[in-house]
Design a binder for this molecule. Structure first.
Ligand code: C5P
Length: 307
């Protein structure tokens, strides 16, 4: 980045963005009073989509809002340069892991402890910059890294207030999980950041195109992560969305009651771990009858206001 104005503007925006991100993540994962929690893995996927969209818009703007130019840049720089694009798979995979770990951390640590501990990424970044980019650090810089480590250690020191946890404090034991997640995230942050810097500085490709490449892999990895950890819930959510669109919410209720009966029957006939009673069969018949009845009524009188 050549101009100092852009340098300080980007740093200023980063301060604002990090502060609001941490507070909203922490709030939405722990303090949010009511309602179901969103899946952290799906938040990571949505964030990747937003980043790709923003970068595509920036490339579009850079080429005077020409759709043709945008199309050709995306083809030339991404699709026709598979090796260059593949290089981004490494930092992207690591960032995806990191972004998921930070949710684990913020679900288990308060925002302040999380942020101070996460500052250890400065140390890991410095170590990777020295080893991978050949950067040299001065005495004061090494000294500052030692002070940093001491500070983080002090923040982690068990305090008296830990004996009497406050109302919203995470349950005991989860502190360790939170700190472990932050420490792994510090290593990944250092490595992925320096690797990305190396890629950016060794080629002339635009930073936005590089980010689209990064984001595309992030999206793929994020989707895999979401399917692996929350697949049933995430895809279940999609199916529910489809049912609401193509059928309606009441039919959705009937469908899920039918599924209870179905799973019970399967466990009776195939798994043989359930013995249904006569009452169960009565209930089952009522549910199936109600489902058909509802569908029949729906067809006979599509517009209830006319009935
Ligand atoms: O804490 P750290 O600085 O490592 O956080 C980097 C964050 O910025 C990650 O969430 C990563 O996904 C994101 N990132 C990005 N595009 C880049 C570099 C990092 O979205 N080019």
């Amino acid at each position: 980045m050549a101009s100092p104005r852009l340098k300080y503007l980007s740093l200023g925006v980063l301060v604002f963005q990090t502060t609001s991100l941490v507070l909203t993540m922490r709030y939405s994962r722990t303090l949010q009073a009511e309602g179901p929690r969103y899946l952290a893995s799906s938040a990571v996927v949505v964030a990747e989509m937003m980043k790709i969209l923003a970068c595509v818009l920036l490339v579009f703007k850079e080429h005077n809002y020409s759709v043709r130019a945008l199309n050709s840049i995306l083809r030339q720089e991404i699709a026709h340069k598979p090796i260059e694009t593949l290089k981004l798979a490494i930092p992207s995979g690591i960032y995806t892991l990191q972004n998921n770990l930070l949710y684990v951390a913020l679900s288990n640590l308060d925002a302040a402890t999380y942020q101070v501990t996460y500052q250890l990424k400065i140390l890991t970044t410095a170590l990777f910059s020295v080893s991978m980019l050949g950067r040299r650090l001065g005495v004061y810089q090494w000294l500052s890294l030692l002070v940093l480590m001491a500070g983080v250690a002090l923040v982690q020191w068990p305090s008296e207030s830990a004996a009497a946890p406050e109302k919203d404090a995470p349950p005991p034991g989860s502190q360790l999980v939170g700190v472990a997640a932050v420490l792994v995230a510090c290593c990944s942050s250092g490595f992925a950041g320096v690797y990305f810097e190396k890629i950016l500085k060794e080629s002339k490709q635009s930073v936005w195109v590089r980010n689209i490449q990064l984001g595309l892999f992030g999206l793929v990895f994020g989707l895999f992560g979401m399917l692996a950890y929350d697949g049933e819930r995430a895809l279940g959510g999609l199916v529910i969305a489809a049912v609401i669109k193509y059928a309606d919410n009441i039919l959705k209720g009937f469908a899920t009651s039918l599924s209870i009966i179905l799973s019970t029957l399967i466990s009776y006939f195939l798994l043989q771990d359930f013995n249904p009673t006569g009452v169960f069969f009565m209930g089952a018949i009522l549910v199936i009858a109600a489902t058909f009845l509802y569908g029949y009524e729906g067809r006979a009188a599509p517009n209830p206001s006319r009935a």
